[in-house]
Each structure stands twice: as structure tokens, then as C-alpha cells.
Design a binder for this molecule. Structure first.
Ligand SMILES: Cc1ncc(C[n+]2csc(CCOP(=O)(O)OP(=O)(O)O)c2C)c(N)n1
Ligand code: SF4
Length: 266
């Protein structure tokens, strides 16, 4: 299957987005081999360097607006439950501008997948700090160092009720493919946080490579998931655990909508 689009790729050489793109294409190929119709796989993105991914994969796609990927793909899923919908967002896009949408998509357990290109900086707008930029980091908008504490999106998503929460790294192609595939196959809201470098504005590649570890705990254990999530607060120290923090099966928003009247008390 040809997943090339012919669009000119404008990412900087060495950007972590290339690895995310390659892993996702493998997932699409596998899904189609396993029987999912090519035309039933739909992707959407927000705004940022990450967002160009929709131009680079030959599947049905939608370039949405900043932070609005979760409602965009939620609408698609509600309108046509047969679709497999996957959203791509940046850390600025998903954890900043659109964070309320992400929280509410997790809360209602809608059957969508979000993949976050977490380079911990605003790439497209040339290097302002984002919600996951470490404290003290000098950026274009924090020339004396970022005074804020970074947001820990794993804890945020666990707290919001996400039923699949995973983290991977753009340096781990096979692990990334596995996490994306598990997320897409999960019935309910799934999020994969992909830690990656931005070669031009926050090149933390060596730090990421030196501090990532694969987890091996029981992903149905929420307490353990929280413990693991607390070991790295997106700062400059601590173990960056990779793998599935938490997975739970529970009725999805679509299923609950369909049996709506059974939910009413009278
Ligand atoms: C409502 C709105 N606010 C601000 C912008 C400007 N803007 C475009 S991309 C971007 C940040 C993108 O950062 P991130 O989501 O981390 O993606 P990256 O470029 O790093 O992939 C901003 C602030 C916009 N397009 N729309
Ligand atoms: S600015 Fe950063 S995120 Fe954007 S393409 Fe270049 S390396 Fe990638």
C-alpha cells in the first residue's frame, strides 16, 4: 500500500517528527493488513510543526485548528462509529491551547486516539516555552529561564479518567509503533505522549536517550501508574518511564449514547 502523498516535507532534518511519521505509517499498514478498510482510517491534526503530519500520510485527513483535535475527531467518531480516528497534537496544541478539550475527551471515554508530539517547546512559532518546558529553560519567550513548573500530562490524563495512557520516545521506533497500535486498538480514549527533541529550538535528544526506561508493571493498577508517572515531572531529572502506565476497559461515550434512555432515572 502506498502511504506516500508526494507532499514536500518541510520538517527540519533530524526532527523527531520523522520517526513518529514512520511508526504511524507502519501501524496503518498493519491495520489494513488485518482487515481495516484504508478509507475508514482518518487522521486530524492541530496547528504546529507536528500538524503537517496529515499532509504526509495518504489516508483521509483533516487539518484542524489550534488545540481542537479532540472535538474534531470526536465529531467524526460520533457521526460514523465505524471510523478509526487518530489525532495528532503538539504539547502546545494539546496541553496548552486545547487542554480542556483533551481533559473532557478523556473524561467521557470517547473512542479516539491522541498522539502527542511532545518536544516541550512551540516549534512552528520558533521556540517559545510550552506547558511541558522544564523550569529554568531559556526560550524565546523566557530569555531569563522559564519561571513556571512544567505540567505532567501523564498525571493530568490519569486524573481526567483516561482509560489508556502511554508514553514513548521518538528514539524508540519499535516501541513507538507498539504503543500507537495498542492505543488505536484500545476501546475508549487513548493517549500516547511521545517525548521527542526539537532540533532547532530545544534539542534535548541526548537527555531523553540517557534517561528513558521501559516499564513492566501491571497496567490495570492505577496506584502503580500514578507512582510511575510521578517519577518524571517533565523536568531535567528523574526516570522517563516508557510504556503503558494505565489501561482500563469501561463503556465508551458512543456506547453510553446509544443506550441513552437506560441512563435516565425515570
Ligand atoms: C488560537 C491560536 N493561537 C496561537 C496560534 C499560533 N501558534 C501556531 S503553532 C503554535 C504553537 C505550536 O506548538 P506545539 O503545539 O507544541 O507544536 P510544534 O510546532 O512544536 O509541533 C502557536 C502558538 C494559532 N495558530 N492559533
Ligand atoms: S522547528 Fe523543531 S519541531 Fe519544528 S520541524 Fe524543526 S525540529 Fe521539528
Amino acid at each position: 500500500m502506498n502511504l506516500e502523498t508526494g507532499a514536500c516535507n518541510t520538517w527540519c532534518p533530524g526532527c523527531g517528527n520523522f520517526a513518529i511519521l514512520a511508526s504511524f505509517k507502519k501501524v496503518v499498514e498493519e491495520l489494513v493488513k488485518e482487515g481495516r478498510r484504508h478509507e475508514d482510517i482518518v487522521i486530524a491534526s492541530g496547528i504546529g510543526c507536528h500538524a503537517k503530519i496529515v499532509d504526509y500520510v495518504n489516508v483521509n485527513s483533516f487539518y484542524s485548528i489550534h488545540g481542537r483535535v479532540p472535538p474534531t475527531i470526536s465529531g467524526m467518531k460520533v457521526a460514523n462509529p465505524n471510523l478509526t480516528v487518530v489525532g495528532f497534537a503538539g504539547d502546545g496544541d494539546g496541553y496548552g491551547e486545547g487542554v480542556a478539550h483533551l481533559v473532557f475527551a478523556a473524561k467521557r471515554n470517547i473512542d479516539i486516539t491522541m498522539i502527542i508530539h511532545n518536544n516541550r517547546i512551540y516549534g512552528l512559532t520558533t521556540g517559545q516555552f510550552s506547558p511541558t518546558t522544564p523550569q529554568g529553560q531559556k526560550t524565546k519567550s523566557t530569555p531569563y529561564g522559564n519561571p513556571e513548573y512544567p505540567l505532567n500530562p501523564i498525571k493530568l490524563m490519569l486524573g481526567a479518567g483516561a482509560t489508556f495512557v502511554a508514553r514513548t520516545s521518538s528514539f524508540e521506533l519499535e516501541h513507538m509503533r507498539q504503543m500507537m497500535k495498542e492505543a488505536v486498538n484500545h476501546r475508549g480514549f487513548a493517549i500516547v505522549d511521545v517525548v521527542e527533541p526539537c532540533l532547532s529550538f530545544f534539542n534535548a535528544g541526548d537527555y531523553i536517550k540517557a534517561n528513558t526506561y521501559k516499564m513492566n508493571h501491571d497496567p490495570s493498577d492505577l496506584k502503580k501508574a500514578w507512582e510511575k508517572a510521578c517519577e518524571w515531572n517533565y523536568t531535567t531529572e528523574g526516570k522517563i518511564h516508557l510504556g503503558i502506565f494505565y489501561r482500563e476497559e469501561k463503556p465508551t461515550f458512543g456506547e453510553l449514547l446509544l443506550k441513552g434512555k437506560n441512563l435516565r432515572k425515570s
